[in-house]
Design a protein around this ligand. Structure first.
Ligand code: G6P
Length: 609
């Protein structure tokens, strides 16, 4: 959470930083700020709210020639969104400026120590200890670099930090531990950002900082020092190996709707070159180098958070049914603190859209010394998880901007289906039919878009309820969990996802005419059982919106409202069900007047615990 952008070079540093912050707003949007040096004087501007507000203020200052700047967009952890709590933070003399992403766990202790030495604080943040600590260390260290490094060594927690010193306008200092930071290499200029999307317009040459690395960046060069191992590190710039287009809204009113509508091409991109029904193969290039090791895997533990976790649950059903390998799915935040037996023949599979989620990274780190295979399903190319796993499959869904994940879920489930097929080595009777069906899905998704008007009408009908239950069985069960998450994330309606089979074990007690249910009742071996659940709900005056398969007659007889999806295999139903639920939540949230792309209190990339 929080986005960092920096620039050092020729000119227009502030313009670059503000544009970069805008593209990192998905990481946080409580407040934004920028510091620069003009003619030896530091200038800092901060605004509560979106980057647009900062841009307007900066325009009024007519800042033209700036060769260095650091900026930040914040997701509040310590202290409310306010100008004082916004970054950059500075020392009392306003000579040192710091932006930070992450959490300084020992900040209370440091703050007390600094206060005892006469330092006073203007914010409630953990970050503000950093400029003061650098200031203190400057009194004993020979250079700013040494004072910066000493400060970094004194911090506990997770961080990406960049600092500016007014007397060194040709230097930018950065450090990283468990928070992403990428340096773009230009011609006589360097760019800095929490993720490559903020710099890829200007350069494709990038250097990723690793944990414990501190870099001193000047317009023409950079020196990296690993402070844990006390060694200088030489790194060659890597070429960003994708032509990532910056997400642009086009004619859509917001990114969420645009990204939902990208589902057909998302599926297409996830299967392109991988699914080959003519040759009867499912080829995943990203797993090539571990194919041999995969033969010895007898269990897979999937770790993920949020929507990626629910994609993982769909993956559990898929891999077990198709490849016959036992799968366990764990929330990364639980997995990392759990003491469980873990054999060498278990592979850990991390699923993450951003590739930067702190808990998922921590789960991968936990098994670092176990000698187990670490795999990834990641969307963001070059992200931390993509780089720390032994092998993996990219989603190729393109940048996802809206906080609530939509097309990434579609891509993750598609990739999981491919992994299941690949691991089955063709031994499942579903091999060919599934390959064929994956190819047919983009058109089926388009058919759902044709009924969007009906989904919108239903959303308007149900928008004022304050509670919602989502139920499903088998593949529909993780879909119910994801549907409930989607609704609560953007409409703020309380929603719970349950297995339909659990209704009599508790949830049925909540049902009355004020507590509607969204029932996933698509064709499959358990449909009759779900229909019975719907009847039981209706018998208690509960309203039901159901998703059923086109051509089905039984569901409409019991459910009050029905949305139909095209006929598909049970294993691919989640991909179609998800689209309906995404559209339903979207329309409810829009009808309630919410900002669907930037829901309150959330951020797209959760880079702190
Ligand atoms: C946040 C986002 C969710 C996302 C989750 C996991 O909560 O708002 O949309 O599913 O993080 O993120 P990841 O990038 O690891 O998939």
């Amino acid at each position: 959470m929080c986005g960092i952008v920096g620039y050092i070079g020729k000119t227009k540093a502030v313009d670059f930083v503000v544009d970069g912050l805008q593209s990192l707003e998905y990481r946080g949007y409580d407040s934004a700020g920028v510091s620069t040096i003009i003619d030896g004087q530091a200038v800092t501007t901060k605004q509560v709210g979106r980057v647009d507000a900062l841009r307007v203020e900066l325009e009024s200052l007519s800042i033209n020639k700036t060769a260095v700047a650091v900026g930040h967009t914040r997701w509040a952890t310590h202290g409310i969104p306010s100008v004082n709590n916004a970054h950059p933070h500075f020392n009392s003399d306003k000579t040192i400026f710091v932006v930070h992403n992450g959490i300084i766990e020992n900040y209370q202790e440091l703050r007390t120590m600094l206060q005892s030495k006469g330092y006073s604080f203007v914010s409630e943040t953990d970050t503000e200890v950093i400029p003061h600590l650098i200031d203190l260390n400057l009194k004993t260290e020979k250079s700013f670099q040494k004072a910066f490094e000493k400060t970094i060594e004194e911090l506990d927690g997770a961080y990406a930090i960049s600092a500016l010193h007014v007397s060194e306008p040709d230097s930018l200092y950065v450090a990283r531990l468990s928070s992403p930071l990428v340096i773009g290499v230009g011609d006589g200029e360097h760019f800095l950002a929490s993720d490559a999307t903020a710099i890829m317009d200007r350069t494709k040459k990038v250097i990723y900082l690793d944990d414990y690395e501190v870099a001193h960046i000047t317009p023409d060069g950079l020196k990296i020092h690993n402070i844990r191992d006390a060694v200088q590190v030489q790194k060659e710039a890597e070429l960003l190996d994708y032509d990532a287009e910056k997400a642009a809204l086009g004619d859509y009113p917001n990114f969420m709707l645009k990204e939902i509508h990208e589902a057909p091409q998302t599926i297409q991109s996830a299967i392109r070159g991988r699914i080959k029904p003519e040759a009867n193969t499912v080829k995943l290039g990203g797993l090539d180098n571990v194919m041999e090791q995969l033969q010895f895997i007898d269990r897979i533990v999937i770790v993920a958070c949020g929507t990626s976790y629910y994609a993982g649950l769909v993956g559990e059903y898929l891999i077990e049914e198709i490849a016959g390998i036992p799968v366990e799915v764990q929330l990364a935040s639980e997995f990392k603190y759990r003491n469980e037996p873990f054999s060498r023949s278990t592979a850990l599979l991390a699923i993450s859209q951003s590739g930067e989620t702190a808990d998922t990274i921590a789960a991968l780190k936990k098994v670092e010394s176990y000698g187990v295979l670490r795999l990834g399903i990641v969307n963001a190319v070059g992200s931390t998880i993509a780089r720390m796993t032994d092998a993996g499959v990219y989603c190729h869904a393109g940048p996802e901007q809206s906080v609530a994940s939509t097309k990434a879920f579609i891509a993750q489930v598609t990739v999981l289906t491919e992994i299941a097929l690949n691991l089955s080595e063709g031994r499942t009777p579903l091999y060919k039919p599934l390959m064929k069906e994956l190819q047919a899905l983009p058109d089926k998704v388009k058919q759902i878009f044709e009924s969007d008007g009906d989904i919108e009408k239903l959303a308007h009908k149900y928008k004022d309820y304050v509670d919602f239950l989502f139920i499903g069985r088998k593949y529909g069960y993780p879909c119910a969990l994801e549907g409930a998450l989607k609704l609560k994330e953007i409409s703020y309606i309380h929603a719970e996802g349950y297995s339909a089979g659990e209704m009599k074990h508790g949830p049925l007690a909540m049902i009355d005419k004020q507590f509607p249910t969204f029932a996933i009742a698509t064709d499959g071996e358990l449909l009759e059982k779900t229909v019975s659940n719907i009847e039981e709900i209706r018998a208690r005056k509960g309203k039901v919106v159901a998703i059923a398969t086109q051509g089905n007659k039984s569901v409409a007889k019991v459910a009050g409202d029905v949305i139909y999806i095209p006929e598909t295999l049970e294993q691919t139903q989640p991909l179609l069900i998800a689209i309906v639920m995404q559209l339903f939540s979207y329309h409810v949230a829009m009808a309630k007047g919410h900002n669907v792309d930037r829901p309150r209190n959330l951020a797209k990339s959760v880079t702190v615990e």
